[in-house]
Structures are given as C-alpha cells and as structure tokens.
Design a protein around this ligand. Structure first.
Ligand SMILES: [Zn+2]
Length: 412
C-alpha cells in the first residue's frame, strides 16, 4: 500500500524493481543450466544494464551466486552462469503426525540441508507439549542451518487434520485434536525463524496438501495433474490440477480416508461407517496382519510391514493385498471423477508401494471407464516418508523466490 505522503513515481519505481527482481530470480530458478546475464536479458526482454543491476542486488542479498564457469573452447572469457545460492535464506518445514515429529530445512534450490525425525506416539500427548517438543527440535535445526550459512526465513507446519485460514486446527481426528490454536500456542515460545517482511513467520496447513506440493516441486518435471495420497494412521490426499493444489471452498479438500468403501462397514472415528481408513490405514493393516500393537508399535509399523512382506509373510501379504484393494476402490472413484492419469503413494504408503500398487491398479482397471485406452500410473513418492515436512519447507522458499523484495529489504 502506498504511504499517503509518498510520490506516485517512487512507488512505481519500487514496484518495477520488485517485478524485475522476481522475474530474473524466477528465470534463474527455472533454468535447466546456469544462465548468463546475456541469457537472462534474452529470456526476460530486459536490457543488459537492467539485468546486471538486478543480478548485483540478488548477489548482494545472497539469493544467487555465480556458478563455476564451464570450460569453453576458443578464445575469450567464458560467461559465468548464475545459480540459486546455497548459503542464504532457507525454509523451515515442520510436521506433527500421529506417530512422529519431523523437522527439515530446505535451501533456495530445494535441497534438504537438515532433517530430523523423532518417533513417538503423540496421541496421549497434550497439543501444547507436542508443539513444545517440536520447537526444541526446530531450535536444533536452526543452529545446524546457521553452521551451514543458512538463515531460516519462515516456517510451515504440516498437521494431519483440517486447518482453517488462521492456522486453527479444527479437527485432527487421529491425533484427537479439536480447535487447537497452533499459532497462539507457538507464540509462547521464542520465534522459530528470522523476521522477513512479506514472509509469514508460520503457515499451518494440512499434511497431505503440503506433501502434494512437495511432490509437485520435487525437481524433475512430472505431471501437472495428479493425486497424492499420504498413508499414515489416517489417509489424506492432495489433489493437484494443472499445476496448482485444489483446496476446495474452505481448504478442506482431499479427505480420501473418509470415502466409504463398505457403506455398512466398520464405524470410523469421523462418525461415519466403512471409511477407507478403517481398511487401509496403518492400524487397520497391522490389525489385519494379526500383529498386535504391542508387538508392532505404530512408530515402526510401516518399516516392519515392508520387511515381513519382503520375507513372504503370508498374513502380511494378504493384509496389504486387502488394503490395496480398498485403496483401489477409493482411487478408482477419484480417477473417474477427475480424469487423472497419475496417482502417487506417499508417506507411509511409499515403502509399501510394491505390494499396494498391483491391487490398486487392478481396481482401476476394473472400475475406471477410460482405463482400457488411457492407462493410469500408480507410483511411490520420490520424497520419502517425510514428504510433508519437505513440502512445508519448500513452500517457504518458493514464496521468497516469487517475492524476493522482503528478504532483500531485510538485508538492507
Ligand atoms: Zn471416516
């Protein structure tokens, strides 16, 4: 907003500079190989002098650095390409799930520079205590980031539940959270990150949404539209359509875990019956495999299930087959509705994908009208089990790349 006493020309100058910074930085971020200043002038339509001035600002603000020059045949000094800086601002990603806490730091180029996963059953833990533990882990991540020359510029927190615009966790049924004011509880602690104008200190979002965004931006160009399913104790999905997350009217989309697969089936924590979670959630698989919780604690269940399946344990193989069939029924419904050709199995489903994919594909073949001539790919996530924390941190750095002016203003 323009201050009342500022001349209009100054505002236009400031806005133009902001736009040019974002334009050039965005080109550097999207380039296949480090572009030179001349490449950037050609790609953006800006003059070489403008590009040089913008690049100087980005170098001074530690947003980009000069790549080592590629050896070039013939005479002349090779032009130096520009890359996103590996020492500078970074994003802090946090996740609270039913059976673990995860913290990670992602740099501007999307590289994970710090990762901590603390396994614990968080259902009996008071939300304020769980958040206090997360703050402690975040403090260690911040110190580790500082040692690597990184400054945490903002944080995002993934939770397995419904989150409103103000960061209030309306309902996280598997954690037993209802109306938990996460930002207010975290405000009782020291700030997690530096203050950067234009970058929210903390964004709280649904873990399936953040994991889907992490997959979308995970490097190699993948499909612009896909369904990403996070299989934990609960099951959530992120729906990506044409390169953007589909959040629904109130931000509550993707509750695939509560699609009914047996309408008169088992009662669910949501109040409904026969929900997918009751047949393909982590606890349902463990129970179907005949493995008591005491024998197979929730915090190691996925890894153990994969080991037993690998070893040919018939009860585990049957349980995974049945879970995959239930998952396939729900997925086929989504594919019929949205006409998607890619389904990504993430979170705790990723290590179980070798056993879940075949029955999911069988249900798609049997139930999706277009499957015969338009095949659907079902594959594990490339981000591993902590996809939501990585996606959360990535959402912070993408915000800085899209609007670098706030970070540069902080640098003076
Ligand atoms: Zn349910």
């Amino acid at each position: 907003m323009r201050p009342a006493n500022a001349p209009a020309g100054a505002v236009r100058q400031g806005s133009l500079r902001e736009l040019n910074l974002a334009l050039v930085l965005g080109r550097i971020a999207a380039a296949d190989r480090p572009p030179s200043r001349a490449d950037l002038a050609a790609a953006t339509g800006l003059t070489r002098a403008t590009v040089s001035a913008v690049v100087e600002d980005l170098l001074a603000g530690r947003l980009v650095s000069e790549a080592d020059p590629a050896p070039r045949a013939g005479a002349g000094r090779p032009a130096r390409g520009l890359v996103l800086a590996d020492q500078g601002p970074a994003g802090l990603g946090l996740e609270i799930n039913v059976d673990y806490l995860a913290v990670c730091v992602v740099d501007l180029a999307g590289q994970v520079r710090h990762r901590t996963v603390h396994r614990a059953d968080l259902r009996p833990v008071d939300p304020a205590d769980a958040l206090a533990h997360l703050v402690e882990l975040a403090g260690r991540a911040r110190a580790d980031a500082a040692r690597q020359g990184l400054t945490l510029a903002g944080a995002a927190l993934a939770v397995p539940g419904l989150v409103d615009d103000a960061g209030l966790v309306r309902l996280a049924p598997n954690l037993g959270w209802r109306d938990v004011p996460v930002p207010a509880l975290l405000a009782a602690h020291a700030p997690l990150t530096e203050h950067v104008p234009g970058v929210p200190a903390l964004v709280v979002d649904n873990e399936a949404n953040l994991a889907a965004l992490g997959e979308l931006h995970s490097g190699s160009p993948g499909p612009a539209s896909f369904l990403h399913i996070s299989g934990e104790v609960g099951i959530g999905a992120g729906i990506v359509l044409d390169g953007a997350l589909f959040r629904g009217v109130r931000g509550f989309s993707g509750e695939i875990g509560h699609l009914p697969v047996h309408p008169q089936g088992r009662p669910c924590r949501c109040g409904g019956r026969g929900c997918l979670e009751q047949y393909a959630g982590q606890e349902a698989i463990v129970a179907a495999a005949g493995l008591a919780q005491a024998e197979l604690p929730a915090d190691t269940a996925t890894v153990r299930l994969a080991e037993l399946a690998e070893a040919g344990d018939t009860a585990v193989l049957r349980a995974l087959g049945d879970a995959g069939t239930a998952l396939g029924v729900a997925v086929a419904g989504v594919v019929n509705l949205l006409d998607l050709d890619t389904v990504v199995l993430g979170g705790g489903y990723a290590p179980l994908a070798p056993w879940l994919c075949p029955p999911v594909l069988a249900e798609i073949a049997a139930r999706v009208l277009t499957a015969a001539w338009s095949p659907v790919t079902v594959r594990p996530s490339t981000l591993g089990a902590e996809a939501a924390a990585v996606g959360a941190a990535g959402s912070v750095v993408r915000r800085i790349v899209a609007r670098p002016g706030g970070w540069l203003a902080r640098c003076g």
